[in-house]
Design a protein around this ligand. Structure first.
Ligand code: ATP
Length: 203
């Protein structure tokens, strides 16, 4: 089995797109893995992924298919990553965070709050000889530099690689979190520190 899962997700047309008549849809569902795309010359192309999430897909489905296996592996010390890629307005933030990571709308909440809960649920120690600690770091690559979103004075963190520990960010802030609420509060602080973000307010 591949260690990489690649999915496509389509978001519903926004009310603005509907208002402007920009909401004609050029893709058609074939099945849960395949869709067809018609370009402006009416030429048809067929694409397949591990899973295609169409516009009615639920956040919970995306979590279950894409992130839950990574959460399970993480608890067994296997590294995992979720990457979103797409043009502006495609739905990356919605998929990752939902309407906001502190918002607890059960249906709409995104991958981040679900992953946080999933990790803490999986850590509930059934075996008392086991001890876990959960630490968060958060960085942003901005203007070719790695900035620490938990300590903005660290604005040029180096990326190193070690044979035994893999990719490292020496000196990056690590915050120990004890429960999901504390983890989400901490992540929300990091998100607010991003230089590029839809909710950045300059005073
Ligand atoms: N699956 C979805 N269901 C409902 N609304 C969605 C969905 N995906 C995205 N949206 C809405 O579409 C809009 C754009 O989404 P979003 O902000 O997540 O895009 P983005 O890819 O993060 O854009 P940018 O790169 O500009 O930050 C938002 O208003 C969001 O709420």
């Amino acid at each position: 089995m591949s260690h990489i899962t690649v999915c496509a997700r389509f978001r519903p047309s926004s009310s603005k797109e509907k208002q402007n008549g920009n909401d004609s849809v050029c893709i058609q569902c074939i099945d849960a893995e395949t869709f067809s795309f018609k370009d402006e010359k009416d030429e048809e192309f067929v694409f397949s992924f591990d899973r295609v999430f169409y516009e009615k897909s639920e956040q919970a489905e995306v979590y279950k298919f894409l992130a839950l296996p990574i959460v399970r592996d993480a608890v067994d010390a296997i590294n995992g990553t979720v990457i979103t890629f797409g043009q502006t307005g495609a739905g990356k933030t919605y998929s990752m965070e939902g309407p906001g990571i502190l918002e607890c709308d059960e249906q709409k909440k995104g991958l981040l709050p679900r992953v946080v809960e999933g990790i803490f649920d999986s850590l509930s120690p059934s075996d008392e000889s086991m001890a876990y600690s959960v630490k968060l770091s958060m960085v942003e690559i901005y203007m070719e530099k790695v900035r620490d979103l938990f300590d903005l004075s660290k604005d040029n963190i180096q990326i190193k690689e070690s044979k035994s520990r893999g990719i490292l960010l020496p000196g990056v802030t690590e915050i120990t979190v004890l429960d999901p609420a504390q983890a989400l509060q901490t992540l929300s602080r990091g998100i607010a520190n991003r230089a590029v973000g839809e909710t950045r307010i300059l005073l």
